[in-house]
Design a protein around this ligand. Structure first.
Ligand code: APR
Length: 314
């Protein structure tokens, strides 16, 4: 049986690290693509990664390229192309540049891998995923964005650090946009089955949520030359795995919500079942009053971002 083809567009920090995790987990054969201006860089990274395979014990094939023909017939495409944040920049500052980039990438994918499932990682995420769907015209369930798995992982990390317990024992959910308005869901957060609210007082929990909201900026401030990539790539890999192994994972993703949660046709972070069909089902919860207020605020922010993008001449 041949392996699924996983193409990663943008061979920078997030893209190359996603290739690394995907290869290590033998999720498929991997194509790493970047623009001709960077020359053979993707080929170099792919060859380097291939040479790790005898040591790490994986048989995934990895190639680097500047040519979309090599990505043809991909099962999954991950878009990490674009520019990353520098200190002082918000994700929204990337809007115009990255909207043009992901739009051009979506057009290439449409022509070469019309059956692919697309995971968008480029920021500002909620607008970029909308753009990719607009340009590709793919069914909405085959285009979605990575944000919630990362945000929730950051939250779980901080909770584990606070409580001195294994990260594996923490399950949590964050909804809404990938930005300062993300919505924590204390009612859906537990530690070994114990509701988190029985272990951490509300004030401290709010501080942890606040650190989570600013989790990306904290890393940008430390790195100074770019933004986070290990955790974003790990989160993306979990989504690739959910698709190629048809895992039916219940994870937060930026999914297209029409009637769901009354969103009205935008991509917003919601819990969803992800499997071979992409976003197979969105899980609708009755939100608690404060969660609903926060979610509505987050949706407004997403709509404003998309409106700003649609007003640009792209
Ligand atoms: N097609 C393909 N690749 C492109 C294109 C394009 N049109 N335009 C830019 N790229 C490539 C760049 O050449 C670069 O190699 O995208 C890569 C981006 O890599 P980095 O600059 O290392 O950025 P990274 O940290 O990987 O972040 C990429 O993911 O998490 C988000 O906010 C982040 O939007 C950013 C994206």
């Amino acid at each position: 049986m041949s392996r699924p083809k996983i193409s990663i567009i943008g061979a920078g920090n997030v893209g190359a690290t996603t290739a690394h995790w995907c290869a290590a987990a033998e999720l498929g054969d991997i194509v790493l693509l970047d623009i001709p201006q960077v020359g053979d860089m993707p080929k170099g990274k792919a060859l380097d990664l291939m040479q790790a395979s005898p040591i790490m014990g994986f048989d995934s094939k990895i190639i680097g390229t500047n040519d979309y023909a090599d990505t043809a017939g991909s099962s999954v495409i991950v878009i990490t192309a674009g520019i990353a944040r520098k200190p002082g920049m918000s994700r929204d500052d990337l809007l115009g540049t990255n909207a043009k980039i992901v739009g051009s990438v979506a057009a290439e994918i449409k022509a070469t891998s019309p059956e692919a499932i697309i995971i968008v990682v480029s920021n500002p995420l909620d607008a970029m995923v909308q753009r990719v769907q607009q340009v590709s015209g793919f069914p909405q369930k085959r285009v979605f964005g990575q944000a919630g798995v990362l945000d929730t992982a950051r939250y779980r990390t901080f909770l584990a650090m606070e409580l001195g317990v294994s990260v594996e024992d923490i399950t949590a959910l964050l909804m809404g946009g990938h930005g300062d308005t993300m919505v924590p869901m204390p009612s859906c957060t537990s530690v070994g089955g114990i509701p988190v609210t029985r272990l951490i007082d509300p004030k401290r929990l709010e501080e942890i949520v606040d650190r989570t909201r600013k989790g990306g900026a904290e890393i940008v401030g430390l790195l100074k030359t770019g933004s986070a990539y290990y955790a974003p790539a790990a989160a993306t890999t979990q989504m690739v795995e959910a698709i190629v192994r048809d895992k039916k994972r219940l994870i937060p993703v930026a999914a297209y919500c029409d009637n769901e949660y009354g969103v009205g046709g935008y991509y917003v972070g919601v819990p969803a079942i992800v499997g071979a069909g992409g976003v197979e089902r969105i899980i609708e919860l009755d939100l608690e009053p404060q969660e609903q207020v926060d979610f509505d605020k987050s949706v407004v922010a997403v709509k404003e971002l998309v409106a700003a993008m649609n007003n640009l001449s792209l």
